[in-house]
Design a protein around this ligand. Structure first.
Ligand SMILES: [Zn+2]
Length: 282
């Protein structure tokens, strides 16, 4: 009883996926998860979201994500510098990232990329940090976890230049238009979808596009604690997004792709396991 009372999810939000899911973008090192991380992971497990890729956004959070992944089966990490922080890129940071990429629990380089929406770092700084991390991906042989906002054409130019040298790459939290999507698919990139298409203010255009993504290139993510789906069937106190809510996003995407939740769950999980080269038993 006490345990149940501590669960902040109302009954309508306690969902279980018909097949195991991989959340490829969970910011579990965010301070909002500091107090109840074990309970968050347990709710995710009950929802059939037992495999999580923790997003590293700078050195401290990448190190924390890797450490967390070592403490829990089914958790993995990325290591990279987010474009917002690109002004901090320098050689010592590059060396520290290179060391992290050799860690067995670190399964991708990133998140890295371009964000011309807010330009917290200048475009020049962003491109410098991004190209350095593309180099680290070539060195390590790891796939790339890419962030792009309002920078599609420039992102495509840079990736076209690097395409033959880098391996697999996923544009996480894709939110752009059809032309940008097909540009990425033409470059053999993977696409990560969040609950953005649940947002009636800015995401409904994605509903028409998600069917264009081949199942072998599509993965799903919460990007929690950010991007709580706006059309959840119940209100959530605190409005913190968490991995246990991923089944709702998969249900929405499946609906707009015209396929079953079970088939989308199975294909996105198979794609994620192949993409991040995850061990079978986890
Ligand atoms: Zn991002």
């Amino acid at each position: 009883m006490t345990h149940d009372d501590a669960n902040p999810l109302p009954d309508a939000l306690r969902m279980t996926s018909p097949a195991p899911l991989v959340d490829i973008g969970a910011n579990l090192t965010h301070e909002s998860f500091a107090k109840d991380l074990d309970a968050v992971l347990e709710r995710a497990r009950v929802a059939e979201v037992a495999t999580l890729i923790l997003t590293g956004t700078d050195l401290v959070h990448s190190e924390q994500a890797a450490a967390l992944a070592h403490r829990h089966d089914g958790l993995y990490a990325t290591a990279g510098l987010h474009p917002h922080m690109a002004s901090h890129w320098d050689a010592p940071l590059g060396s520290a990232m290179r060391a992290l990429h050799a860690d067995a629990k670190v399964v991708a380089v990133g998140e890295c990329g371009l964000d011309f929406n807010r330009n917290f770092s200048t475009p020049t700084e962003q491109e410098r940090a991004f190209e350095a991390q593309l180099g680290l991906a070539v060195e390590s042989g790891l796939p790339l976890f890419l962030h792009e906002r309002d920078a599609g054409p420039r992102m495509r130019d840079i990736l076209r230049h690097w395409r033959d040298d880098i391996g697999n790459a996923v544009v996480h939290c894709f939110t752009a238009d059809r032309e940008t999507l097909h540009g990425y698919l033409d470059l053999d990139l993977h696409i990560g979808l969040t609950g953005w298409l649940c947002d009636e203010r800015r995401g409904h255009h994605l509903r028409e596009l998600v069917g264009d993504i081949p199942a072998t290139r599509l993965m799903v993510e919460t990007d929690c604690p950010y991007l709580l789906p706006r059309n959840l069937p119940a209100k959530l106190k605190g409005r913190r997004h968490e991995p246990a809510l991923l089944p709702w996003i998969v249900r929405e995407i499946a609906h707009w792709r015209g396929e079953s939740e079970a088939s989308l769950a199975a294909s996105t999980t198979a794609t994620a396991r192949r993409f991040f080269q995850l061990d079978e038993e986890h």
